[in-house]
Design a protein around this ligand. Structure first.
Ligand code: AMP
Ligand code: GLY
Length: 451
């Protein structure tokens, strides 16, 4: 069994690690944006390359003849890596380009939800540039202003209509101070994409539910909560994600049974809508990003891949065979009984360079990790390895450290202790997974829902 893995981060180290536990003992051919010591240790061949160079990916695929591919990051999925590989007769655990628009085009995602009457969006409107009419630009500015001001009362979110490395969404009161700022950013988006999505700004608590999907066969993973802000107490700029947790019951402490059931149902309805809309089954990971709000849950976004760090929490808990799940996704034979997760809680804390995400001052400096207990996992991200084995910081997130325990509190203590042992000019968020932070989320939900 040979598997081609397109990789850019610690997420794919977690994927490679889950693959390597399989009874199929697969050979992994890893195509990576940078040399990843974790993936290298688990693969038979690692090629450092531009994974958006599909010609080169195709050459390697033809030479190595993998049984299937797993495409980890959003850019190659959104760019059609699965289509290119399918043309070579290689199936992928990743949706084709058309289906991946659920992530790569925010307007497509909202329009699909509307068309298939999946009523879980905030108020939204897609603005498209009308290039033909005279005076259109003045009109455009006026209608954007009116929508933000009159309809959304200044509580808005502006979404770039293409992939932008997680930086395309700007929120009023956080990234955009005034209505004029919102209009300006929306016009930048229109200039670049010809379309922009404007949404009502929701108040609530965010969570993610990832599912394995093959057409209308959908099997869920444990729900996860991510922490995007750079510093403790959810302060500072947004990052790729500073850490995540899951609970032993595979729900989250602030969610009701109904909230989770609604999220599961939404992932199923979206998978079915995509099949109908695109006439082709979605085969891969569907990541629903939700917000629990006053009267239920709303959809923030969908991603067409595993999350980073979400995969770092989820995959170590997978107690069934990941290769079997991949084969079932590819062949349309996905069933609940192929997928089982340990009833354990996890807390992942990302170690990052001290100046992340604003600068890369520590790049190239040495970092060392402690001896790990057996209930700790480490997944390498932006980190380089010298010939003598020593590890050096890149500019981005260094490594995700995951504690596994019977409760979130226990998993948190385990992760925290391991993070404490890391030496180098690095930092991590101490508050992720702590009882104090979780109590804050639950209090917010109680305040919103009035009980
Ligand atoms: P996305 O790239 O769609 O995940 O958006 C990035 C972040 O923007 C999300 O994690 C939310 O924190 C925030 N966000 C997106 N849409 C909304 C919305 N309608 N209301 C409030 N916050 C939002
Ligand atoms: N952790 C957020 C993401 O992977 O999109």
């Amino acid at each position: 069994m040979k598997i081609l893995l397109l990789a850019s981060s610690a997420r794919e180290h977690a994927i490679a690690s889950a693959l390597s536990r399989s009874r199929h003992k697969p050979e992994i051919i890893a195509l990576c944006t940078s040399l990843n010591p974790g993936i290298r240790a688990l693969s038979t061949e690692q090629v450092v390359m531009d994974i958006m160079n599909f010609e080169q990916v195709a050459e390697i695929a033809k030479r190595t003849k993998p049984d299937f591919a797993i495409v980890g990051p959003d850019d190659p999925i959104g760019g059609g890596a699965a289509d290119m590989l399918a043309a070579l007769g290689i199936p992928s655990v990743a949706p084709k380009k058309n289906l991946a628009r659920i992530e790569s085009r925010k307007s497509f995602a909202r329009d699909i939800l509307k068309k298939y009457e999946i009523h879980a969006s905030p108020k939204f409107k897609v603005f498209s540039r009308d290039v033909n009419s005279i005076g259109a630009l003045m009109e455009e500015k006026k209608s954007l202003f009116n929508y933000l001001d009159q309809y959304l009362h200044g509580e808005y979110v502006v979404k770039y209509d293409a992939l932008k490395g997680g930086k395309g969404v700007k929120v009023s009161g956080e990234h955009l101070a005034t209505i004029e700022d919102g209009v300006d950013y929306a016009i930048d988006c229109l200039n670049e994409c010809g379309r922009v999505v404007i949404e009502e700004k929701l108040t609530g608590v965010e969570f993610s539910l990832l599912s394995f999907v093959s057409g209308t066969q959908v099997v869920d993973m444990p729900a996860v909560q991510d922490h995007k802000r750079a510093f403790d107490g959810d302060t500072g700029p947004n990052t790729g994600g500073m850490g995540t947790y899951t609970d032993a019951n595979h729900s989250l402490p602030f969610l009701t049974t109904n909230d989770l059931a609604l999220a599961k149902d939404l992932n199923r309805r979206v998978a079915a809508a995509l099949l109908e809309e695109c006439n082709e089954p979605y085969r891969g990971i569907l990541y629903g990003g939700f917000m629990a709000v006053r009267d239920g849950i709303r959809i923030i976004e969908f991603n067409a891949r595993f999350g980073d760090p979400e995969a770092l929490n989820i995959l170590p808990l997978l107690s069934s065979d990941f290769v079997d799940i991949c084969l079932a996704i590819i062949h349309g034979e996905l069933r609940e009984n192929l997928v089982s997760f340990e009833k354990k809680a996890t807390v992942c804390k990302y170690i990052t360079p001290r100046s992340y995400p604003t600068a890369k001052e520590e790049k190239g400096q040495i970092v060392t990790f402690p001896e790990l207990r057996k209930d700790v996992r480490i997944f390498y991200g932006d980190i380089a390895q010298d010939d003598d084995g020593s590890l050096r910081l890149g500019g981005s997130r260094t490594a995700g450290i995951v504690g596994i325990g019977d409760s979130i509190a226990e998993a948190e203590r385990i992760a925290e202790e391991a993070c404490e042992g890391v030496r180098g000019p690095v930092r991590f968020r101490r508050d992720i997974g702590t009882q104090k932070l979780i109590a804050k989320r639950s209090e917010m939900m109680q305040a919103l829902r009035g009980h």
